[in-house]
Write a new protein. Sequence first.
Length: 330
Amino acid sequence: MNMNIETPWVEKYRPKDFDEIVSQSIAINNLKKFVQKKYDMPHMIFSGPAGTGKTTTALIIANKLLKGDIYYRNVLELNASDTVRMDFVRKELQDFVNQNLIISDRELKIVILDEADNIPKTVQQTLRRIIESSPNNVKFILMCNYINQIIDPIISRCAVFRFVTLPKDKIINRLKFIVEQEQLSLPEGKKKEFFETLFFISGGDLRKAINSLQMAVALELIEDLNINEILKISGFVERPVLNQLKRYLETKEFAKARDIFDSIDYLDSRNFIRQLLNFLPEFKNVNKNNASQLRAYFGDVDYRISQGADERVQLTALLAELISYQDTTT
Ligand SMILES: Nc1ncnc2c1ncn2[C@@H]1O[C@H](COP(=O)(O)OP(=O)(O)O)[C@@H](O)[C@H]1O
Ligand SMILES: [Mg+2]
């Protein structure tokens, strides 16, 4: 039995030092120099997609600068999206920053503020004033997915580091490292497909990739590497269903394609779009000249759904569009 309710592997394998961080060498190399400056370290913004190492890097910096007990006293971790009442953040921040006037004079303090791009613009103005008026020993590390959601006056006060989506080989190597550490044995013949599937599920997010791996192990899916089950538990459609759908789209049988689509349980529409898009090269009759237009249509549908459009309507339209691109004449 492998049903382990142990520490999440994302935590267990969270890098403890800079050189353990995969990719991100540009950001990390520059950042190392700043960290050595201690009190002259600038405020920083880490921007980039989820699961690329932003929080990990902030924690490493904090650990390097504040060792031992002092860490707990002098590091404040806040998450903007957890904290519904931003008043609370404001108060907590101000207390933390000011407290410094009372306790010791010049100990370094670090504020780690996650998901800063979720903070409303008006509150960001307040944050900006707090940053401005903070004494030199208080350093802010802000994290965000989208730098354009942060107001300019904050950006201009920070050194910005961009974290990039991890490439396939880096993700797969990290997963292999964990597999080795955990002494898991995978069936040789299916290994490659397994890692490729985990990478596909992750979309470049290493946290997601590691979580999917741990879940596959916990659900005992790795003995015979049941790829379809792994896709399913991660919110993707199984291959046989996808294949069936493709057949009906190729024969332009819209009603049947829609039936298949309607029969999918727990459809995650944006995952479904990614999966279909990935599957596109396998459609025999998609006219090569039109393929880029079709891809653009996928992008539009994905965007509309992200903006709250009705998912079923959008996806049904996408299926119809796919049929219209099935070109058997050219
Ligand atoms: N660049 C990376 N190198 C090594 N592990 C990483 C990297 N990025 C993410 N991880 C893994 O994913 C988990 C989540 O990473 P985190 O730093 O919290 O991502 P985020 O960019 O969303 O803040 C980490 O605990 C670690 O296991
Ligand atoms: Mg994070």
